[in-house]
Design a protein around this ligand. Structure first.
Ligand SMILES: [Zn+2]
Length: 601
């Protein structure tokens, strides 16, 4: 089948999901192609990480069912195939599609007559990461059905896999299996909701409902906890990635079901994460040596004793959670958060060539430290959860860049891109101040264009629609509803003057941002003396030495963008984000850890 036909067919599949009236929803496959920093990073990832992968290696544990050590080789097939499909969705890369098809055929062949697809031997099934791994197999196959093409054989395989799991669990509660107090196994909710959406078989939605009503954690009901505004570090066992995945499942359930469950939990949990956990570079996770736990990170990100910071799996899952906010109610805060995550933590987790990723972000952020490449998690297997998830984070950028809204479209990102039959963006943004949107519609049409206005928008920024100045409010949507004509132009001018950001809860520290770009000191650049004087000035330099963005500091030194700093992944390639400030501090000193969450063993 021709790729263009595939895209058209996918549009029809997507139509089914439109019935659920999400506020914003992604455009069909093949619509959005980015060529700014996110697009360039994705291209490198496809070329140097995804295409060279040997897919048979990922299917092997399922063929042999010999994962006897209760580990998670079972997650890699699904995670990687799902990220490949998301990468193909934007680029239409034919080689990638051929690989995806082979991988799908291969995993189907591992299903035994009882319906089981598992990497665990029969006597160990349901324990350890088994259910989690089956979830990722389901998510990989479901994304194939949703974004590539419908296929009855795959749908039947999925139904048999799901029925086998339901029968294996029987009357027991899924949260009593696996790791992290039930969070990992319970996060299979979204796979069952998506299977219901594809098959319309009610028992899959009912199974998801049962998991949700069970509360997902052996400690307490995590959805009730979020509705009661419990800080994330005190919900479940605080495992950021698995817990967010459960809330993702609830978000999907509430879009698919007639009657939502815990309707306040999804938006409240988003705000809890934003205000308790989100760090300056757009990721979360601290406390342990892997950067995987909610820990009031927003208030502890300048500390040197917070453990390692920012698992890349958390970054990718956070982007999905932002997607759910946009679909739920078009919350512009989620679009602003997503941009910061894309331009810093997400593309900054990839090595300069896109071939590998870091598991943890540099830790601490308040002293020179390196981006450490992820190591293989199971000796001899050669994979790491975050190396598998890194491509997903980058491939989310075209997925969310421009979305459909009830009355038109919403523009979330302003890097250079083409959106088929809709618009083209050119200009120097996000590293330079200009973005020019040119309408590329085939004929005049009346619709609404919602433009995301960043929170740092000020009166030195400007927005002109067809040459006419438009008022814009920081941190809002600017809605332009009119009859658009081919080649109509919207000009955005951003003020990218360097801003000093006071650390939340720690007024003795500051960081520097230019627009949505976090700036860092780098061992590859001449360094400044800190604290910087109040009257320090910053001058743009042309990008060089692998940096996407550079700012010379008056008095000496150069700051570079966080994403490019440290991206050689070498022990001598160091960066720092938080710096001491010059007293006096105008904000009352308010550490966020006066009431530390209970540490669990
Ligand atoms: Zn990970």
């Amino acid at each position: 089948m021709e790729e263009s036909e595939l895209y058209i067919k996918s549009n029809l599949i997507r139509e089914r999901n439109l019935n659920m009236n999400p506020y914003l929803h992604p455009l069909p496959p093949g619509s959005v192609r980015l060529s700014g920093p996110c697009g360039d990073t994705l291209d490198k990832i496809i070329k140097n990480r995804l295409l060279p992968l040997e897919m048979g290696h990922l299917t092997e544990p399922f063929r042999l069912r010999n994962e006897e050590d209760y580990l998670w080789r079972c997650e890699f097939w699904g995670k990687i195939v799902r990220s490949m499909i998301l990468a193909w969705r934007s680029t239409g890369n034919a080689e990638l599609l051929a690989k995806i098809r082979l991988a799908v055929k291969d995993i189907l062949s591992t299903q035994t007559p009882d319906g089981c697809i598992s990497s665990y031997p029969a006597d160990k099934q349901l324990e350890g990461w088994d259910i989690w791994g089956r979830k990722y197999v389901m998510l990989g196959l479901l994304r194939y059905l949703r974004d590539v093409e419908r296929d009855d054989k795959i749908e039947t395989t999925l139904c048999r896999l799901a029925d086998h799991l339901i029968a294996q669990i029987g009357e027991r509660e899924i949260k009593t299996f696996g790791y992290h107090g039930g969070l990992a196994a319970s996060s299979i909710i979204n796979a069952f909701v998506q299977l219901y959406e594809v098959s319309r078989i009610r028992r899959y939605l009912e199974f998801a409902e049962k998991i949700i009503r069970g509360g997902c954690s052996t400690r307490h009901n995590i959805f009730e906890a979020a509705e009661n505004l419990t800080p994330p570090s005190e919900i479940g066992n605080a495992k950021a990635y698995e817990m967010m995945s459960c809330f993702e499942g609830l978000a999907e359930y509430n879009q698919a079901a007639e009657t939502p469950l815990y309707p306040a939990a999804v938006p409240r949990f988003y705000r809890l994460l934003h205000f308790h956990e989100l760090m300056i570079h757009g990721t979360m996770g601290a406390r342990d040596c892997y950067g995987e736990l909610d820990y009031d990170c927003r208030y502890k990100q300048t500390r040197t004793d917070s453990g390692m910071l920012g698992e890349t799996c958390v970054t990718a899952t956070w982007l999905h959670y932002c997607e759910h906010q946009l679909m739920l109610d078009g919350n512009v805060m989620a679009a602003n958060d997503a941009e910061i995550t894309f331009l810093n933590a997400a593309i900054g987790s990839a090595r300069y060539d896109g071939a590998w990723f870091c598991h943890i972000n540099p830790s601490p952020l308040s002293a020179f430290s390196p981006k450490i490449p992820a190591y293989e998690q199971q000796t001899g297997y050669g994979e790491d959860c975050c190396v598998a998830q890194g491509p997903e984070a980058a491939a989310m950028a075209p997925y969310l860049a421009v979305m459909a809204s009830p009355d038109g479209y919403a523009v979330n990102l302003y890097e250079a891109m083409e959106v088929r039959d809709l618009l083209k963006i050119t200009g120097s943004y996000p590293y330079g101040p200009e973005a020019k949107i040119t309408l590329k519609i085939p004929a005049p049409a009346k619709f609404e264009l919602k433009l995301r206005i960043p929170e740092w928008w000020n009166d030195r920024c400007s927005l002109k629609v067809c040459g006419k100045e438009c008022p814009a409010v920081p941190g809002s949507w600017c809605s332009c509803s009119r009859e658009w004509h081919p080649d109509d132009v919207i000009d955005l001018h951003f003020d990218l003057s360097v801003r000093r950001i006071e650390a939340p809860g720690d007024p003795s520290s500051e960081a520097y941002m230019s627009g949505s770009i976090v700036l860092a000191e780098s061992s590859r650049l001449p360094q400044s003396r800190h604290p910087l004087p109040d009257d320090a000035e910053f001058t743009d330099l042309p990008p060089h030495d692998g940096f996407r963005c550079l700012k010379a500091v008056s008095g000496g030194g150069i700051l570079g963008d966080y994403a490019s700093a440290g991206n050689l992944f070498r022990a001598d390639d160091l960066l720092q984000v938080w710096f001491p400030r010059t007293p006096p501090y105008h904000t009352p000193y308010r550490r966020g850890f006066e009431n530390p969450p209970q540490l669990k063993s």
